[in-house]
Design a protein around this ligand. Structure first.
Ligand SMILES: N#Cc1c(-c2ccc3ccn(Cc4ccc(CN5CCCC5)cc4)c3c2)n[nH]c1N
Length: 227
């Protein structure tokens, strides 16, 4: 998979050189490229924003640099992902869908967002998805792009060592939250690992884990049960 990220803060994505994503890049599984939007400005000040038509607080990102940048980066089969508070809610099903794509291009806005004509122009020529991380306001699209890239890339074969670890996670197998996990020592600060996990009885362990998942889901995410 090829991933292109356009941002005015390219250094923000330096962290993608480490851990599993860094290894996937080194192994050629993930072709990830970060681009500074200001490369596509024409003025000496590398201007990327201006005041909003109709008034209002803050600044809006100018369409011209985005048009030039996306003209040079988008391929016919690319999906243009635009993080936005007004986007569809990002989810594990959407992560799975995007993991099957060959080329993702992220347009990371700042200020009060990107001139709407950028989305309109490219939606008329290809696939564009406005995506929101959740119902809270961030300062730009970079954090959302990072989360989406991590959620998507870990689903690409070869990125995560043990594919089985992808199946039992929350929002994957049965739509319930994941059960609690424990490791050595068996006792820590007088807290004991649940005895069933030390029993070797795999049936009882599976039952206990499902019960724990259900309890957690009822307590923390009743919406996942349609309540
Ligand atoms: N994904 C995601 C996001 C974002 C996100 C994503 C991308 C950008 C680009 C700029 N900002 C900052 C911002 C701040 C306030 C507003 C609302 N204003 C009201 C009147 C005009 C705009 C718009 C944008 C962004 C925020 N926030 N929360 C999420 N889940």
């Amino acid at each position: 998979m090829r991933v292109d990220i356009v941002t005015i803060f390219p250094a923000f994505f330096d962290v993608l050189n480490v851990s599993l994503i860094g290894k996937a890049r080194d192994r050629g599984i993930l072709n990830l490229n970060v681009h500074d939007l200001r490369e596509w400005t024409q003025d000496r000040h590398h201007t990327v924003d201006d005041t909003p038509y109709g008034g209002g607080a803050g600044m809006v990102m100018k369409p011209e640099p985005w048009g030039e940048a996306l003209d040079s980066l988008l391929s016919p089969d690319a999906v243009l992902l635009v993080p936005s508070p007004a986007g569809e809610r990002f989810s594990q099903p959407l992560a799975r869908e995007l993991a099957g794509e060959d080329h993702l291009v992220f347009a990371c806005g700042r200020y009060e967002g990107i001139d709407q004509r950028v989305v309109d122009h490219f939606a008329a020529r290809g696939r564009v998805r406005l995506v929101s991380l959740g119902d809270y306001v961030l300062n730009g699209g970079e954090v959302a792009a990072m989360a989406i890239i991590e959620a998507v890339s870990r689903l690409i074969p070869g990125v995560v060592g043990n594919p089985m670890s992808l199946v039992e996670e929350s929002h994957e197998a049965d739509g319930l939250l994941e059960y609690p996990s424990y490791t050595k020592p068996a006792v820590w600060r007088d807290l004991h690992v649940p005895p069933v996990l030390l029993s070797g009885n795999h049936g009882a362990i599976a039952t206990w884990r499902h019960e724990q998942s259900m309890q957690r889901t009822v307590q923390n995410r009743p919406d996942l049960l349609g309540e």
